[in-house]
Design a protein around this ligand. Sequence first.
Ligand SMILES: Cc1ncc(COP(=O)(O)O)c(C=O)c1O
Length: 412
Amino acid sequence: MSPSSSPASVTADPTAYLSDRILNMQESATIAMAKKSRELAAKGIDVINLSFGEPDFQTPQYIKDAAKQALDEGYTFYTPVPGYLDLRQAICDKFQRDNNLTYKPTEIVVSTGAKQSLTNAVLALINPGDEVIIFSPYWVSYAAIVELAEGVAVPIMGSLENDYKVTAAEFAAAITPRTKMVMYSSPCNPTGAVFSREELGAIADVLAQHPGIFALADEIYEYINFTGEHVSLAQFDKVKDQVITVNGFSKGYAMTGWRLGYMAARQEIAAACDKLQGQVTSGTCSIAQRAGLAALQGGRASADEMVTAYHRRRDLVLSLAKDIPGMVTPTPEGAFYVFPNVSAFFGRTTPEGTVINDSGDLALYLLNDAHVSSVGGDSFGAPDCMRFSTAAADEKLAEAFKRIKASLAKLK
Ligand SMILES: Cc1ncc(COP(=O)(O)O)c(C=O)c1O
């Protein structure tokens, strides 16, 4: 028995028997903040929750109907590990229709959400010590997933002047002989930034010079894009074999609770993820898969309706945020967040005498004073910023930013 798992150390420290893997892992900041705001709400306080990355829309009815039908038709058994063949074929059809990308069902692995697909790909490719370049600000789980695989997360920060988008030159400068992968999301959570064809083309040029580096392109917000064009890195033929594209149903089809995502990659990588998934979770929920098939067959009309609302709310929140002295807010071109730089408030003091040292302190102050929950930028690799979700009703957003403005004005 190793010292860390001896009964004596368990008595001294009740968590000492847990693995280093878990002890060293950070709790998801978005989930932690949502938990805090639920605690306040349970005390009867009117909290406006802008910390969660979740559509406030119901899953469209035609998708729910397909799930009910799946139950009635007896879809209650284990499924093939990479997903039902007809669903994988529908995903290939989607790639062809939306992205002009040709994949075979053997190159698709359906999973329990994009989060699992990202984890599968990292675990399938990263050896201990391999470096993974993460375009920063990044989604909270990227670094934790890389560390789980014992890889080394190498965040590289885009500049505010470039809407926090990392450039091809910055990417090239971060590559070392240990680099094995690069990860990014576009549209980006948390900034809402969207890579243009030109920008991604330049990144593809760099990648093409390094055939041993793989790109994990997280396209979960593909449909929530206000620019009119979504570009996939895999569309650049010379790097298609190096790209793993991750997508899912949570955001575009408002299906967060169903837990359904997928990845597309060259066959050996897909087979590796299938193998891993077969030992860990098996195929994802049969009913969710049938619902996902219906979702794709319905096209993107339901998503487009939601996007109209997200676009309107983006404009509303942007105008309210720009009206708050000290907040510097780039214009998000997709997803449903704003990510202002709030460093102007650091060093200021609350009416209770607490000094705001960072965006985590500011998020806590806004929760307690304005009763609005948000997430400090630290966990997105951008400590000067904070993230507010815009996936809430217009009235709630207007009320939230009125309260935020009043609370920030009280800081001395
Ligand atoms: C950038 C990004 N990738 C992946 C995910 C996970 O999506 P899923 O619900 O499909 O696991 C999220 C969810 O917030 C996200 O924002």
